[in-house]
Design a binder for this molecule. Structure first.
Ligand SMILES: Nc1ncnc2c1ncn2[C@@H]1O[C@H](COP(=O)(O)OP(=O)(O)OP(=O)(O)O)[C@@H](O)[C@H]1O
Ligand SMILES: [Mg+2]
Length: 247
């Protein structure tokens, strides 16, 4: 299997002093595929994503980009390396227009008009609805439309790796299905995906490789097919995350 574009190597993360939330977690994001991360509430899925984006500095272990140690690098350097994050919590400026939210993501090259226009076009090409609503306030849109704006904003910067934290939480089922189809198509566009999700069914369906986390540790990982075909693994998943994968 191809080497990881982004990786946690035996990482410990602590929020307060010595309470370790991640404990020796190793995780590889392999290129041109979808890596799924599932696990119960509080398992440390979002914490792992924050460590993979430089928002949290490990107290032990390393973060690697393309096999290079980058532990302690600030988030904007991760952006420079083509890594984008759509966090679990809503991250838009509600009182700004759709287009201004996109422009803010382009702040570091705001004086480069051509590059700015190209970035906006990239977001609008992915989600034409955003172009129609470009003057509307972000906060006036539905939850699903706001999620598309967050995705468009991340993709405007042409990332090669997209980190997604529960992209369909609190989103209506019909829009959720659309979001999963969109994510499913990203590797074909050359975008590598790490998908953290409570929606185990969809996560197993569209992922190529799966990690199951429990209490900040890697419980098991393997190809998504192995999870579907192995009755023993299906039983374990049913027990850990209260969901039964279809055979
Ligand atoms: N900012 C913080 N300060 C202190 N503890 C935190 C903080 N954020 C998360 N935690 C704790 O770290 C643990 C892991 O949280 P995390 O958000 O990574 O879990 P998760 O797997 O993403 O859960 P969920 O499925 O609910 O999103 C939990 O026990 C949580 O209470
Ligand atoms: Mg979370």
């Amino acid at each position: 299997m191809a080497d990881a574009v982004l990786e946690l190597d035996r990482v410990d993360v602590a929020y307060h002093g010595d309470i370790r939330i991640l404990r020796g977690l190793s995780l590889k994001v392999r290129p041109a595929m979808i890596t799924g991360v599932i696990g119960p509430n509080g398992a440390g899925k979002s914490t792992a994503l924050r460590a993979l984006y430089g928002l949290l500095k490990p107290v032990a272990g390393d973060v690697l980009i393309d096999g290079r140690k980058v532990t302690g690098l600030p988030p904007w350097k991760f952006i420079d390396n083509g890594i984008a994050l759509v966090p679990q919590q809503r991250s838009l400026f509600n009182e700004l227009s759709v287009e201004d939210n996109l422009r803010l993501a382009c702040w570091s090259f705001r004086r480069d008009r051509a590059r700015l226009e190209e970035a906006l076009e990239r977001a609008y090409a992915q989600f034409p609805m955003l172009r129609d609503k470009r003057r509307d306030l972000a906060g006036s849109m539905s939850g699903g439309q706001q999620r598309f704006l967050e995705l468009g904003r991340a993709l405007a910067l042409r990332p090669r790796v997209l980190l997604l934290d529960e992209p369909t939480a609190m989103i209506a089922p019909r829009i959720s299905a659309e979001i999963y189809e969109f994510i499913h198509g990203l590797p074909a566009q050359g975008i590598t995906v790490l998908l953290v999700d409570q929606n185990v069914r969809q996560c197993v369906r569209i992922s190529d490789h799966l990690y199951v986390l429990e209490l900040g540790q890697n419980k098991v990982d393997g190809s998504a097919r192995a999870f579907q075909e192995d009755a023993g693994l299906r039983d374990l998943i049913a027990e850990w995350v209260d969901y039964r994968i279809d055979a």
